[in-house]
Design a protein around this ligand. Structure first.
Ligand SMILES: Nc1ncnc2c1ncn2[C@@H]1O[C@H](COP(=O)(O)OP(=O)(O)O)[C@@H](O)[C@H]1O
Ligand SMILES: [Mg+2]
Ligand SMILES: [Zn+2]
Length: 544
């Protein structure tokens, strides 16, 4: 197979590099003045030129041409570096050589003089992957570098690098490349390769690449390999869409499973793949709309133009989500489309939409109805379906700790329903023994019962007083616990007013959120990494 375009088109001189002017200017000056630092830290997103600049620097340091012409790219040293066979340029991938032994080996060899050039240049890529002891060993080397050694540490995650290391380096932050910068560079490549391309097509690639030149060139490579001479916008859109369709369904799946961590990983993956997040968000909303239509109408009539597998997938998802959850997610991802425009952290709005689509659902449950043993989402009337939840006060809406035991949702079968109906008195006797007189009396005022899959509704007629007694979270939890134990299956209780009890018939599944030491990792993540704030949620706070 032919060499990948992005390798073929690796910049070989400072002039060929796109953007990063601040880095290049400083390095040029340092080279001219013979003041090249012993160690540099190149930080920034992938595919923005860190490795390329490090290699050009290595060339400039070792090039045998007259100073003003370095790097010449013609002398034996420059050629050897371009071809990757220069012995004094040592590239280490810290992702796979991250042990202290790897760094010790480096330390031992550093002291030997260069074999061909003037300098030994070490490029340590993904340096944040080093183990703590490896960092320590590296620090020793950086503290007393031999005069003939130069280090370039490159990383996409500078915050993971110890301050002691950073303080030994001159730091350069590489920035994402702009859409025009990328489109212009791509057009040069297209021309040089003997093809043509619609400017809009190249701009679309540029947008999709999210500032990463490597991804942009790879995408262009993919387009050119389709075999047509001209790259068109339609072609690019089709290629982008094909990548996304699966990811869209996966993200909705993740929401239905309330698996925030998996969702965040998926978003990260999309960014690495250079997907257009705005386009992705549009498609998530479209997909959720399909789920909503299925939930509202119960059939797939209104969903057209979609592959059968997608519709099947939507059906499964429609069962795992409550209607309010779907509507909330649609609103959240809809809003994210706007938020995505022009943010410096391209993925943030999408991540927040994901987290809130999942957490919003938890806050919805207590709004809808007072729910017992499990924090089961129950469909409220549509009008109140989607409160604008801004990272709800999750602590208040978490299910009680006991929920873990009664979590696994099973259908409430006919026999169990029969048992409750015919032996209701027996159950109230249990309540009498286990609860206060007041609770027993209140349970005795229940006028009607109705059964859902794993939920039972109590109707209290017009007796608000006894309704409220049983609705207290502790009481509800207690009574649901007794009822669950008596029936030998986990059950949720909903308290309702009116003569007729109505339990939701859709299957309710819940996942108790992972919680350690009372802290929700999602909230911790959102606050620490996404700078989210914990807001009081009036709709939840109002519920007692
Ligand atoms: N600033 C840039 N200008 C031109 N091409 C670039 C630039 N950054 C990256 N590239 C392209 O992407 C490829 C990978 O870039 P690289 O320098 O390895 O990025 P990084 O080390 O930051 O991940 C290069 O071979 C080149 O084709
Ligand atoms: Mg690199
Ligand atoms: Zn040279």
């Amino acid at each position: 197979m032919a060499q990948a375009l992005y390798r073929k088109w690796r910049s070989q001189t400072f002039d060929e590099l796109v953007g990063q002017e601040h880095v290049i200017q400083t390095l040029r000056n340092a080279l001219r003045e013979g003041r090249v630092a012993h160690a540099y830290l190149f930080s920034g997103p992938r595919g923005t030129g860190k490795t390329s600049v490090a290699r050009i620097l290595a060339k400039a340091l070792n090039c045998t041409a007259p100073e003003a012409a370095r790097p010449c790219n013609e002398c034996p040293t420059c050629v050897a570096i371009t071809e990757g066979r220069m012995l004094d340029l040592i590239e280490i991938d810290a992702a796979s050589n991250n042990s202290v032994d790897d760094v010790r080996e480096l330390r031992d060899k550093v002291s030997f003089r260069p074999s061909e050039g003037r300098y030994k240049v070490y490029i340590i890529d993904e340096v944040h992957m080093l183990s703590p002891s490896a960092f320590n060993a590296l620090l020793k080397t950086l503290e007393e570098p031999p005069p003939h050694a130069r280090f370039v540490l490159a990383t996409t995650e500078p915050h993971k690098i110890p301050a002691t290391i950073i303080s030994r380096c001159q730091r350069f932050d590489f920035r994402r490349l702009s859409v025009p910068e990328i489109a212009h560079h791509l057009s040069e490549i297209v021309t040089a390769e003997g093809f043509t391309a619609e400017p809009e097509a190249l701009a679309a690639i540029g947008r999709a690449a999210q500032g990463c030149m490597r991804d942009a060139i790879s995408l262009l490579d993919q387009m050119l390999s389709y075999g047509s001479d001209a790259v068109t916008l339609t072609q690019v859109q089709q290629a982008l869409g094909a990548v996304n369709a699966q990811a869209v369904a996966s993200l909705v799946d993740v929401i239905t499973h309330r698996d925030t961590a998996a969702g965040l990983r998926l978003i990260q993956q999309l960014i690495l793949e250079g997907a257009s997040l705005t386009e992705f968000c549009h498609q998530v909303v479209e997909h959720l709309r399909g789920v909503m239509l299925l939930q509202m109408t119960g059939n797939a009539d209104l969903i057209t133009d979609l592959p059968t597998e997608t519709v099947e997938q939507m059906k499964a998802q429609a069962e795992r989500m409550t209607q309010p959850m779907t509507l909330h997610a649609i609103r959240r991802f809809g809003a994210a489309i706007d938020d995505l425009k022009g943010g410096y952290q391209p993925q943030l709005p999408l991540e927040l939409a994901l987290i809130e689509a999942i957490q919003g659902e938890r806050s919805l449950a207590p709004v809808a109805a007072t729910v017992g043993a499990m924090a089961a989402p129950v469909a409220p009337p549509l009008s109140s379906a989607a409160p604008s939840v801004a990272l709800p006060t999750v602590a208040e809406t978490l299910p009680p700790p006991q929920a873990a035991e009664t979590r696994s949702a099973q259908p409430l079968d006919e026999a169990a329903a029969q048992k409750i109906r015919t032996r209701w008195k027996e159950f109230t006797q249990i309540v009498r023994q286990q609860c206060s007189q007041q609770v027993w009396a209140a349970v005795n005022t229940v006028r009607d019962l109705d059964f859902g899959d794993n939920v039972i509704a109590f109707a209290f007629g017009n007796n608000q007083f006894t309704h409220d007694i049983v609705s207290k979270p502790e009481t509800l939890e207690r009574v649901a616990g007794l009822l669950s134990a008596w029936l030998g299956r986990p059950l949720t209780i909903i308290c309702q007013m009116g003569e007729q009890a109505v339990a939701p018939k859709t299957k309710i599944t819940t996942t108790a959120p992972a919680r350690q030491n009372g802290e929700d990792p999602l909230v911790t993540y959102a606050m620490a990494d996404l700078h989210a704030e914990l807001l009081p949620n009036p709709e939840v706070d109002g519920v007692t």
